[in-house]
Design a protein around this ligand. Structure first.
Ligand code: NAD
Length: 390
């Protein structure tokens, strides 16, 4: 079987789904790789490096779609709402598609993908089990986003991060607050720590406390308790508006004490909760920075404008939405590693292994035979349940 890799078409996207080092591992699983010429260039992987490892090069996107049994992408239609639709006519029945498909983003889009007849897999739906850990692309990209958010903040802040004792006096360290201590938040804490800042972390899941503290940050305890803070998959559960209102009230003071606020709080399939209001932004010292990693999901800060950096009352609010793409070399390396793990499970001995008893295959399979077949996604979009399949 041929795994095809095309150049990512989302504007400004620099990652690529597979890298040269992945090719020998895929060959062992009976998979050949075809790459669109130039697809890895911006991530630092030239065509020659792919060819050297045994990939064939195709002149254009259409040639890859025509030849490949499996298309490996980073941002597929769904997460690529700008240019992704152009791929639909290139897809054919039973062709496998793997990528970020944003299955809880838009029902119409998911149904459009289904209508191509493709067997599509959404990496966002990867179960959070030990076995699936090496395939967890969301965590890989969140790691990069958390790291990069701190660098952006450090670069924007008119202050230094570390404490310094110099002949010209003592510099007090920067104060960083990270709201949402999931994968991105914990990496932000670790990165800010390396830069010498004084860090606090907050999350509504009680389990996050120990993780925040283990990285040397202070855990912010608020005198409110979330109901059923997390679901079986470890994701935060949505809370009612009165919880968020009380949370905002209590967070206001903490936010005003910090120079940098990095927010990462999201709830799967929901608009991100507003945790930083306009008033709180006004309460921050001029020069402060907010990096809102939830910008794409509506933002944790009321004033965030997705894809933009704005300054309000001297406070810079960064709403960049595709930070993983700004570190394309390692983002592609991590993503490719995730895909190799997944592909070796999906295509054992060069044959498609659609074993629906396997929770990884079952839970990530989004569409097949013209239908949205994923039970969780059907339920989310209130589509009637399908008859149980073998
Ligand atoms: P996420 O990206 O879904 O959300 C980011 C963080 O925001 C989460 O920690 C969430 O609890 C928090 N949050 C949501 N609403 C909030 C609010 N109102 N106030 C404060 N915080 C709020 O999270 P994630 O990075 O996917 O990680 C969630 C958990 O899952 C973590 O414990 C992580 O370690 C775990 N995880 C496990 C696996 C695995 O077992 N294979 C893989 C990845 C993540």
């Amino acid at each position: 079987m041929i795994v095809g890799v095309v150049k990512e078409s989302f504007p400004g996207e620099r990652r690529i789904a597979l890298i040269p080092a992945a090719i020998p591992n895929l060959a062992k699983a009976g998979l050949q790789v075809m790459v669109e010429a130039g697809a890895g260039w911006e991530a630092g992987y030239p065509d020659a490096a792919f060819a050297e490892k045994g990939a064939t090069l195709a002149p254009d996107r259409a040639a890859v779609f025509a030849a490949a049994d499996i298309i490996a992408q980073v941002l597929s239609y769904g997460s690529n709402d700008k240019t992704g639709r152009a791929d639909l006519p290139l897809m054919r029945r039973d062709q496998v598609l793997i990528g970020f498909l944003r299955p809880l983003g838009s029902k119409e889009t998911v149904q459009e993908i289904a209508r191509t007849g493709a067997i599509s897999f959404s990496v966002e739906l990867m179960p959070r089990t030990t076995r699936a850990q090496s395939m967890d692309a969301l965590s890989s990209m969140a790691t990069i986003c958390g790291y990069k958010a701190v660098l952006i903040a450090a670069n924007t802040l008119p202050r230094l991060f570390p404490m310094m004792t110099t002949a010209a006096g003592t510099i007090t360290p920067g104060r960083v607050l990270v709201i949402g201590a999931g994968v991105a938040g914990l990496q932000a804490i670790a990165t800010a720590k390396r830069l010498g800042a004084v860090i606090s972390g907050y999350d509504l899941r009680p389990a996050a406390k120990e993780q925040v503290q283990s990285l040397g940050a202070r855990f912010v305890e608020l005198p409110i308790e979330a109901k059923d803070a997390q679901d079986a998959g470890g994701y935060a559960k949505a809370q009612d508006e009165s919880f968020y209102a009380r949370q905002r009230e209590l967070l206001g003071r903490v936010i005003a004490e910090n120079d940098v606020v990095i927010t990462t709080a999201v709830v799967p399939g929901k608009k991100a909760p507003v945790l930083v209001t306009k008033e709180m932004v006004h309460g921050m010292a001029p020069g402060s920075v907010i990096v809102d990693l939830a910008a794409e999901r509506g933002g944790n800060c009321e004033l965030t404008r997705p894809e933009e950096t704005i300054v309000v009352n001297g406070v810079t609010i960064v709403g960049e939405i595709n930070l993983a793409s700004t570190v394309p070399y390692h983002a592609s390396q991590m993503y490719a590693r995730n895909l190799v793990s997944f592909l070796t499970l999906l295509a054992k001995g060069g044959k498609l292994n659609l074993n629906m008893q396997d929770d990884i295959i079952r839970e990530t399979l989004l569409t097949q035979g013209g239908e949205v077949v994923n039970a969780r996604v059907r339920e989310f979009w209130s589509l009637p349940a399908l008859a149980t399949r073998a």
